[in-house]
Design a protein around this ligand. Structure first.
Ligand SMILES: Nc1ncnc2c1ncn2[C@@H]1O[C@H](COP(=O)(O)OP(=O)(O)OP(=O)(O)O)[C@@H](O)[C@H]1O
Ligand SMILES: [Mg+2]
Length: 261
């Protein structure tokens, strides 16, 4: 592998039955960058992301994290690797029966034997980082969609990961809340130098935050480059994807509509 990637997929193939989803994915996520993977629904974005954290394993090809090959690690060994990588699931995936506090504390309880005061302090810090201070005792059902996503981010940063993977972090949010999530991703990267992988079909988000962008189609990464390179690309797949999703693209706003934090 090259020496520059924090996460790398090399020649990764993945099928589910007859559905050959990934057909040789090569991607290098550089340390401290925001790398965005675009692609239509069902193109394999979530499947790619799950390979980076060992929730799925390749049929063929290799996965590297922090210079170590992790392709064939046991489930036990993956636990150590996952501690270094936060995952913001598609749809936030909070535990609905647990308070915001317990949702954010979840990983800390799994991985750290901390006294409760220390957990409390860390939960408060993470909630503050996402602009949700003093929401500890709310239940997920009492949160707006944007707040749920931000609790998902707070949970992902609790263990101070070196990388965070975001699966569709803005889906279902209005432009103001989507913009706020984009700013959060950017500020975590800038303040903590977190390596960030964002999977989305939200072009506005992609253009606002990405250092590099790739387009996934038919099981391959068909194009890769900076935002400017993608915007100027003559690649037919890129043109088609951008044209198909151009409507509604605008700079992210800083405002928050309902449920302002
Ligand atoms: N665990 C699984 N078992 C069987 N098929 C799966 C599984 N996970 C994903 N797939 C299939 O793999 C393909 C890619 O799925 P994936 O979830 O990666 O799409 P996506 O690009 O994330 O789409 P979306 O934008 O809708 O989230 C789909 O055809 C899906 O049905
Ligand atoms: Mg998905």
């Amino acid at each position: 592998m090259s020496e520059t990637g924090f996460i790398e997929l090399r020649g990764v193939h993945k099928s589910f039955g007859a559905n050959h989803v990934l057909r040789g994915i090569d991607v290098t996520i550089r340390p401290s960058e925001i790398f965005t993977m675009l692609g239509g629904s069902g193109s394999g974005k979530s499947v790619s992301l799950k390979h980076m954290i060992g929730l799925l394993h390749p049929d063929r090809g290799c996965v590297f994290v922090a210079g170590r090959e992790v392709t064939d690690l046991s489930e036990e060994e993956w636990v150590d690797v996952r501690r270094r990588i936060g995952f913001v699931f598609q749809g936030a995936a909070l535990f609905d029966s647990l308070s915001v506090y317990e949702n954010v504390a979840y990983g800390l309880r799994e991985h750290r034997r901390w006294p409760e005061e220390r957990v409390t302090a860390r939960v408060a810090e993470c909630l503050e980082a996402v602009g949700l201070e003093d929401t500890e005792w709310l239940m997920p059902a009492e949160l707006s969609g944007g707040m749920r996503k931000r609790v998902g981010v707070a949970r992902a940063i609790a263990l101070e990961p070196e990388a965070i993977l975001y699966d569709e972090p803005t889906t279902g949010l209005d432009p103001a809340n989507a913009g706020r999530i984009g700013e959060l991703i950017r500020s975590l990267q800038e303040r903590l130098r977190v390596t960030s992988v964002v999977v989305t079909h939200d072009l506005a988000l992609c253009f606002a935050i990405s250092h590099r962008v790739a387009l996934l189609k038919d099981g391959h990464l068909v194009a890769e480059g900076s935002v400017e390179e993608m915007r100027r690309s003559r690649n037919a797949d890129v043109r088609e994807f951008l044209a198909g999703r151009a409507e509604g693209v605008s700079a992210p706003s800083t405002g928050e509509t309902a449920h302002g934090a």
